[in-house]
Design a protein around this ligand. Structure first.
Ligand code: ASP
Ligand code: MG
Length: 419
């Protein structure tokens, strides 16, 4: 039985010729172990950002179709250079764009969804002992329009290919050693997590641990595609993400059970410094008011994060919500319009907030987790402005100036090994 591996390399792993050669060696190593190898690559270094900035210098509001046309060129550079590097090592390799593979998407430019993947062409090359290199982040509509899959979309390409090709393993190579219990740049004793569940990864990704594109983790969870996030700069094992420990055992992965259980109550602490808060005061307490407000915000494409509405004793209440701070001007304008329409009071905003969160499936079955988190903040005299919870996470909005400190104290409360 042939074994197939899908490898994905991010932009920083390909940022210069030496790094591209390094990636080529890693890819070839799998081939030497008799794997069929499909490799997905992102654009070199910061190419995508550079292309976007070029576009907006020409037109501050570029057409999304043309943007996709432009951005998809980044990955096309990477695939061809990597193929050349692999040839140099004496192995067969062929580069393919999303369209050449047959990665068919819907028509939503800049955030397309994959509809289907044709495996014929890839399988044909694999049969001929060729390493196949696929441009990440891109696809093509049924009408042959080039699309892209949203920022960070190469992860999605890799996971979707792993699913379509029934790969034995999918590895996401990046510039960090894996998923950490907290951002190691802020928390010195953060640890690399050997294993986390999809849902924990999903919470951590959406709460600010910028290891992977959120949508791609959703796809992995939906279709149960276990994967391994690891560094392209070392041979260390990284973090395995799966739906259950038995799924990992099926893959014969040597993640020790004891290691996996360690810190199982709380898996990680995340920080999002990119938040802003809006409060509408004295909102009349009657049906339809919140619907009106948030419908209007969604119409102008604002993604609202946390929402808190207080109990009203006086038939009036305050509603606060958070959002990405880049969206604040647009959201403020929209909110003020609605506030007037519904007869609410003042609209306040705060750009200086951050969100600190704890994540772990273990909290489902353990009481007292929230209290422990709040205590850690209280001890440092950090005021909590908003609280929200999901089944496996608790988030607090605090002033941004306390963000790093909050991350450290919460991490040490839950995750320091000495405790
Ligand atoms: N190059 C694209 C981006 O920077 C896709 C990716 O890196 O996955 O968003
Ligand atoms: Mg990139």
């Amino acid at each position: 039985m042939r074994k197939l591996v899908v490898l994905k390399f991010g932009g920083s792993s390909l940022a210069n010729p030496n790094r591209i050669k390094n990636v080529a060696r890693r890819v070839v190593d799998y081939k030497k172990q008799n794997f069929d190898v499909v490799t997905v690559v992102s654009a070199l270094g910061d190419t995508t950002d550079d292309l976007i900035s070029l576009a907006v210098q020409i037109n501050s509001n570029p057409s999304e179709r043309e943007l996709d046309m432009l951005l998809s060129t980044g990955e096309q550079i990477s695939v061809s250079l990597l193929a050349m590097a692999i040839h140099k090592l004496g192995f067969n390799a062929v580069s393919l764009t999303g369209a050449q593979v047959g990665i068919v998407t819907d028509t939503h430019h800049t955030r397309a969804r994959i509809v289907s993947i044709d495996c014929h062409r890839i399988n044909k090359h694999l049969k001929n002992e060729s390493i196949v290199i696929v441009a990440g982040f891109q696809g093509v509509t049924q009408e042959n329009e080039i699309t892209t899959l949203g920022r960070g979309g190469s992860d999605l390409t890799a996971l979707a290919l792993a699913k379509a090709l029934k790969a034995n393993l999918c590895e996401i190579y990046t510039d960090v050693d894996g998923v950490f219990s907290a951002d190691p740049r802020i928390v010195k004793n953060a640890v690399k997590l050997p294993f986390i569940y999809y849902e924990e990864m999903l919470e951590m990704a959406s709460l600010g641990a910028q290891v992977m594109q959120v949508r791609s983790v959703e796809v992995a969870k939906k279709f149960n595609i276990p994967f391994h996030v690891r560094s392209s700069f070392s041979n260390n094992s990284g973090t395995f993400i799966a739906g259950s420990i038995s799924d990992l055992n099926k893959l014969k992965l040597q993640v020790k059970e004891a290691e996996m259980m360690e810190g199982a109550l709380i898996r990680g602490v995340t920080l999002n410094k990119n938040e802003a808060k809006i409060t509408i005061c004295d909102v009349p307490d009657r049906p339809g008011v919140a619907a009106k407000l948030f419908k209007h915000l969604s119409r102008v494409d604002i993604n609202v994060d946390m929402i808190v509405q207080n109990v009203s004793h006086t038939r009036q209440t305050d509603i606060s919500f958070t959002l990405s701070k880049n969206d604040l001007p647009k959201a403020l304008k929209a909110t003020k319009t609605v506030a007037k329409e519904i007869g609410a009071g003042e609209v306040l905003s705060d750009l200086e907030v951050a969100r600190v969160s704890i994540v772990g499936v273990g909290m489902r079955s353990h009481p007292g987790v929230a209290a422990k988190m709040f205590e850690a903040l209280a001890y440092q005299k950090i005021n909590i402005e908003m609280i929200s919870t999901s089944e496996i996470s608790i988030s607090c909005i605090i002033q941004r100036k306390f963000a790093d400190k909050a991350l450290r104290v919460i991490h040490s409360k839950f995750l320091n090994r000495a405790k």
